[in-house]
Structures are given as structure tokens and as C-alpha cells.
Design a protein around this ligand. Structure first.
Ligand code: ADP
Ligand code: MG
Length: 354
């Protein structure tokens, strides 16, 4: 979830869609199938849906249904809303269990699972650090001291939160009263998954849903071909959308991208401090990996993994992806410009046969 919208707000998928349309137009001479496209705002960014064929009740009904789905999620996981479930959990300094929905439990359980797999590079208890570095709901001046960072770090850790499932109810509990969670980095993926589930329930077999850089696709596009998604080149921020590094082709899959180049604060020395924080150091990532894209089955999973891999940096991320057969694509800033790398499992998706 975007904390605040920076000067460049074009979501990745919008680029993907326009690129998809442009390329397919050239590649296919047959008439495209009927489709519905809608877009709107959510989580401080944009969502998009493309349905190939029709939706019961048309585009207006789709928009209504989609926004209902997204609102339910935002009402629970927005740290910007003091009345959200997450804000209540973060504010409490007691270890009494708080009742949570199935959605909330699903997000936390999956995020914790991925976090542990990635040795804490993605850690939803990062919230105290996010606030300290000025990426939370409250504006802050300057940057934190070493002492403040150390204090915030002492409240981090997935072992400090507990999910309890009893009968048909779910609860979340703190074992350290100061622990706070942040689901911003997985909210978009979960949103894209939930939009996909909405379409599945309506019996739609060919669609693309996205929330910012988290995408879910099923079946084929309006040209009867694979969904073609552009991975954006961050080298020229003024020209976002014109520099497309690579295209990825998927049928029914999730794809998401974590980037360090859109959301940052500038220090007095002009140095950029990214909103992606390494829980190990307690500081914004310092290396030159600017984005990591991941393909998987659920956007909740890819959105959790992409953040962790970005924290690890391109080299370690590629090693992990190759060992675990995960399709990933990374972009790294070098002295000579930007370089891209892909894991072995990514190759088949880059080799688009349209
Ligand atoms: P992107 O710009 O890559 O789409 P997101 O908006 O999905 O990023 O997620 C970035 C947000 O995730 C940050 O603003 C912060 O709230 C949170 N975050 C930062 N570092 C981590 C981390 N290591 N693990 C989990 N969440 C993080
Ligand atoms: Mg992510």
C-alpha cells in the first residue's frame, strides 16, 4: 500500500495494459474480443480490472462490487485509519487477544510464513521503523538517531505476534506490548487476489486484476493470447511508461514488483532513503537493487516475497530464487546505467510467444 502518492503515480499495471494493447494490436490481425476495463483508487494508489467478455450487470456493477471488496480490506489493514483493525491492534499495549476477520488472519499468517522463509528480510512487525523513518501516518522531521533505531529494532520480531484460531473466530495477540504491524507491502497483492476471487465467483475465466504493482491474471486477453505485462525501466523517472525494459507473458498467475525508486525521502545531503527497510539494520536499504518482480500463484505471496527479495538485494535474491525455482526479475543500478537479471525459472515467461 502506498503511504503517500509521490510525483510519479502511474501504477505498473497501467503501463502493462497499454503495452499489452499496443503490442497485441500489432501482433494479431483478428478482431479482439469484447472486454470491460475499469480503474479506480484504493490504498493510496490505483486498481485496474480487465474482464474479457462480460460481467453480470456491466462495468458499473463491476466497479461497485470491486470497490466493496477493496473497502473491506482497507478498513482492516490501513495504518492511516485510526479505526482500522490494524490501528487498534497497534495502539493496544495489552496482550489481550483482538478478534480479526478471516481476511486479516490470512494476510498475517501468509506474511509470517514468507517472512520466516526469508529469514526476516520481509517482516510485518517493521511498523515502528516505518514510522521512525517517516513513512508512517505521522509526518516526521529529519532522520532517526542510532539510539532510536536500536529501540525500534528491539520491538521487532515475528515471534512477538500470535494468531489464534478458535472455533469460527480468529484472534491476534501481542506477546510484547510494543510490537506493531504493517501490512502495507502485502495489501496490494491481497487486493488483487480478492478481486480475482470476485471474478471467479462470477464464473469469469479470462481477466486481469491489479492493485498498483501486484497483478493477477487468468486465461487469456482480448486477443486470445497470454497476458503481456511490461516491467518498467526506472532509469528515467520523467519518462515512466516510455521506457519498458522487458515484457513478461503469463496465463493464470500472479506477478508483482517491489521497487525502491518510487517512494523515498531525501536527506539534507540529497541522499535518498527508500521506504523499503532492512529489518536487520533498521535502516532503508542501501544497495543498488531498484526492483524485484516475482511470479507465483497468489499475489499475496508474490507481494510478500518481492519485498523480502528486494531487501536481500539482486545477488542474494537470484541465488534464493534459483535454489527454490522461483521466477524473478531484478533491476540493478550500476555506474553504466541499469542492468536486469532473471532467475532460471523466469526465462520461459520472458520468452513471449504471442
Ligand atoms: P512498493 O513501492 O514496492 O510497491 P509497497 O508499497 O508494496 O512497496 O510496500 C512498501 C511498504 O512496506 C513500506 O512503505 C513499509 O510500510 C513496508 N515495509 C518496508 N520495509 C518492509 C519490510 N522489510 N518488510 C515488510 N514491510 C516493509
Ligand atoms: Mg511487496
Amino acid at each position: 500500500m502506498k503511504k503517500f502518492v509521490k510525483k510519479i503515480t502511474l501504477p505498473l499495471v497501467l503501463l502493462g495494459l497499454s503495452f499489452t494493447q499496443m503490442s497485441c494490436e500489432e501482433l494479431f490481425s483478428n478482431q479482439p474480443l469484447e472486454e470491460i476495463r475499469i480503474t479506480g483508487k484504493t490504498m493510496g494508489t490505483f486498481y485496474n480490472i480487465t474482464v474479457v467478455g462480460s460481467y453480470p450487470g456491466g462495468a458499473e456493477q463491476l466497479q461497485y462490487d470491486a470497490e466493496n471488496v477493496l473497502k473491506t480490506i482497507v478498513d482492516e489493514i490501513s495504518t492511516f485509519d485510526p479505526n482500522s483493525t490494524i490501528s487498534k491492534f497497534n495502539a493496544t499495549r495489552s496482550n489481550e487477544p483482538i478478534e480479526i476477520s478471516n481476511n486479516f488472519a490470512d494476510i498475517v499468517i501468509e506474511s509470517m510464513r514468507v517472512g520466516k522463509e526469508l529469514n526476516g528480510a520481509m517482516d510485518i512487525t517493521v511498523n515502528p521503523l516505518v514510522n521512525l523513518w517517516g513513512f508512517g501516518a505521522q509526518k516526521v522531521k529529519g532522520f532517526p538517531t542510532d539510539e532510536e533505531i536500536a529501540t525500534a529494532k528491539s520491538n521487532l520480531g515475528l515471534d512477538k505476534i500470535h494468531i489464534e484460531i478458535s472455533k469460527d473466530k480468529n484472534y491476534i495477540r501481542k506477546s510484547n506490548p510494543n510490537v506493531e504491524i504493517d501490512l502495507a507491502t502485502v495489501g496490494e497483492g491481497f487486493g488483487a487476489d480478492k478481486l480475482a476471487q470476485l471474478l471467479d465467483r462470477k464464473g469469469i475465466n479470462n481477466y486481469m486484476t491489479s492493485v498498483a504493482g501486484a497483478i493477477r491474471t487468468k486465461g487469456h486477453n482480448a486477443r486470445g493470447a497470454q497476458w503481456l505485462i511490461a516491467i518498467e525501466d526506472p532509469s528515467n523517472e520523467q519518462q515512466v511508461g516510455k521506457n519498458l525494459t522487458s515484457a513478461v507473458c503469463i496465463n493464470s498467475a500472479a506477478l508483482s514488483t517491489a521497487g525502491s525508486y518510487r517512494n523515498y525521502r531525501k536527506g539534507a545531503d540529497g541522499k535518498r532513503e527508500s521506504h523499503i527497510i532492512d529489518p536487520n539494520t533498521g535502516r532503508p536499504i542501501q544497495h543498488e537493487t531498484v526492483s524485484v518482480s516475482v511470479i507465483g500463484n497468489s499475489a499475496l505471496w508474490t507481494d510478500a516475497v518481492d519485498t523480502g527479495l528486494l531487501v536481500m538485494g539482486s545477488e542474494a535474491a537470484l541465488k534464493y530464487a534459483n535454489e527454490n525455482n522461483i521466477p524473478i526479475f531484478t533491476i540493478v543500478k550500476t555506474d553504466k546505467g541499469f542492468e536486469s537479471h532473471s532467475s532460471r525459472a523466469m526465462k520461459e515467461f520472458l520468452d513471449c510467444k504471442q
